[in-house]
Design a protein around this ligand. Sequence first.
Ligand code: ZN
Length: 635
Amino acid sequence: MFNIVLDNKKYKVQEKISIYEFLKSNNNDKNVVAARINGSLHDLSDCIESDCELEAIRSNELDGLDIIRHSCAHLLGHALKQIDPKIKMVIGPVINNGFYYDILSEKAISEKDLKSIENTMKKLAKKNYNIIRQVVSKTEAKKVFTERKEDYKLELINDIPKNEIIAIYHHQEYIDMCRGPHLINTKYLKHFKLMKVSGSYWRGDSNNQPLQRIYGTAWDTEESLDNYLKKLEEADRRDHRKLGQRLDLFHFQEESPGMIFWHNNGWFIYSAVKDYITSYLVNNDYDIIDTPQILDKSLWKKSGHLDKFSDLIYEVTSEDKGYAIKPMSCPGHIQVFNQGIKSYKDLPIKYAEFGKVHRDEPSGTLHGLLRIRGFTQDDAHIFCTPDQIENEISDLISNIYDIYKVFGFEKIKVELSTRPEKRVGDDSIWDKSESSLKSALDNNKVIWKINEGDGAFYGPKIDFSLTDSLEREWQLGTIQLDFSMPDRLNASYIDQDGQKRTPVMIHRAILGSIERFVGILIEEYAGDMPLWLAPTQVVILNITSNQENYCNNIENSLQNNNVRVICDLRNEKISFKIREHTLSKIPYIIIIGDKEVADNKISVRTRSGVDMGQMTVENFMKMLDTHVIEKSLTI
Ligand code: ZN
């Protein structure tokens, strides 16, 4: 007899029992997909043999969903092997919201094939096959996959350390190698969809065998699957790359991968964001500076960047000397700090730069404005004494919240990462700064999470992620203390006692990369930029050529009041012109016919199709002013 603790309740069991049987006998089997015994994951078919703590993993939990997704990857493998037994299975891991399987197939699989593969999966799932786990030796595993001609699985087996156990899972004739756990029966796989096919390489290396990757998504209920697919549709509608082209904001081309060609409209948005941040910084006592793009390699060697980020740094030569294009602005800011002797009375010193940086990111990871090689950091460095840390951090936190709010983001996740094993600096400075960061967070009434040991070797940090309207998280802001770089690059100040001291350096970014932030904004607003960020704010349309002069006069008076306005006097049907400008997402459309001219008024429509009726130009301008001054998110 032994005890099982489940949800803080104790159960006495007479003899060895399978997890599934045990949960079922206690009416605890609803939506259960796997379990933890004393903290480690198990299949439901595994047995309980001694005292233990049991935790049921249910299908709606993240771990539970992963198990469904992983089992679904095996089901995809089964279907593919039935369709073409010569297909070789490579790896099939779980990813965010789903799974993929890399395969080698003689006949290329196309998107058109996905529906029929999916149907085969559905048919197989309905056969209620038990999914069975078996632990085997390396030799046995090799035998199984040699018989099945799974060359890649054999290579993977060779990578497994000698003493590690190998688990294979099979249902009906399909066998796969996997750590598990898995569902106990294919009948629980119902709510899935194959999404797309793309190319990949064996071991992710483009010198190796090209493979095909089939992506799928899987969920616990039909409702969750539908919600996810709707969200994807919405994300596609908001895709900043598509809107970027449609609204003539920017483009990319092969000659400069990961670098942006900004067009007039997109550059306007970029500049408006930058101007707003600049004015905010000036009001908060920052010095705005600008440092060189290209600096001698010896400086990057001294700062430590050349050793740590060599893969990401673009190098250039001039007159036989080696230079690096800056991947970040920190060392440059220390050079500015080092000009002249600094006293404790001068601190804190806050340098901000819109630093254009270049990082040679792998081409496969580039993604529109969100992942690029050339971008602008809204970077700043604060040089202060250890006693000033808390105050500075506290200000920074409230700055970050202020700025995110202006753009409409109020759901912010905050994480504090503390000292790692390997680190520089005395424990006393770590103690002081970690407690300063904590009190600064608490004083700002922030809800935060701690990541023990996740800080950089040179100091603790706070990261800020915001959640957009599609519930996607974006890590943007960061505040990092640095006890190393000022010392490496000889920064110092004279303290009260006339002693030379090394200042603490705080690296901080609020938006991260302006380019990426603009990408996030385009998606968040679905291209409907708030009035203050809209490249063109108003378009004036005439109904017939009779109103041309009147339209030009209105345009002039709006321009004189700094409204960004255009006139469309083309000889086209008014309905056609309204439609075209609505699609280009201009916030306000003014329509002028004979009646408006006679009444000396204008008729106003919004891009969302709301007819605001007739008004005077003066009232219209007052309304625009209010929206711009308040940075209203809606029009
Ligand atoms: Zn920095």
